[in-house]
Design a protein around this ligand. Structure first.
Ligand code: FE
Ligand code: FE
Ligand code: FE
Length: 172
């Protein structure tokens, strides 16, 4: 027999939503520190510009998360996200192992897409929970960020296909 569901309990959907918010707050702040390193390391101007552009967007995303915390009457606090730590760690390995190699940008684009995919998964879930919880004011903010993550993923895809992957292949 399933236990009686109640989102009002401390272990309910509201609590899951808040944990998800903290997870993303930690992740976005970590990404804020990482994107400048990627922009600096990228060999092509276009790839570098894509990272710079997303850095600006990420600043706004942190701000939106803070607004959602405020709507809930909770302090904006991060909670360690081992997933983003791991994904960024893998990106750092690419940075070191492919430094000065023609495949560097292809590797960085792929690493950045892994970050976007994590964010897309998490924001998608948060949006579904916000709908359940009728957090109507939070929805447009979360949706706007999700769109930026998806657009970034698509832009990176195009950069890989039209630029970075080709350079990596031609040098092989
Ligand atoms: Fe983000
Ligand atoms: Fe996480
Ligand atoms: Fe992102």
């Amino acid at each position: 027999m399933p236990k009686k569901a109640s989102s009002a309990t401390s272990n309910g959907l509201e609590s899951l939503f808040l944990d998800g918010l903290k997870d993303l707050y930690y992740a976005e702040k970590k990404i804020l520190k990482t994107l400048p390193k990627l922009a600096k390391a990228a060999q092509s101007e276009k790839v570098s510009a894509a990272f710079e552009k997303h850095l600006k967007e990420t600043e706004g995303q942190v701000d939106r998360l803070e607004q959602v915390f405020e709507m809930l009457g909770k302090p904006a606090r991060g909670k360690t996200c081992p997933a983003i730590d791991g994904i960024i760690e893998e990106g750092s390995e690419i940075l070191e192992e492919y430094k000065d190699e023609p495949a560097l940008d292809a590797g960085l684009v792929g690493a950045a897409q892994a970050v976007e995919h994590y964010e897309i998964a998490r924001y998608g879930t948060l949006i579904a929970w916000a709908e359940e919880l009728s957090l109507k004011d939070a929805l447009p903010l979360l949706r706007q960020t999700l769109k930026e993550e998806s657009d970034t993923d698509e832009a990176l895809n195009a950069l890989g296909e039209n630029d970075a992957n080709r350079r990596a292949l031609q040098a092989a």
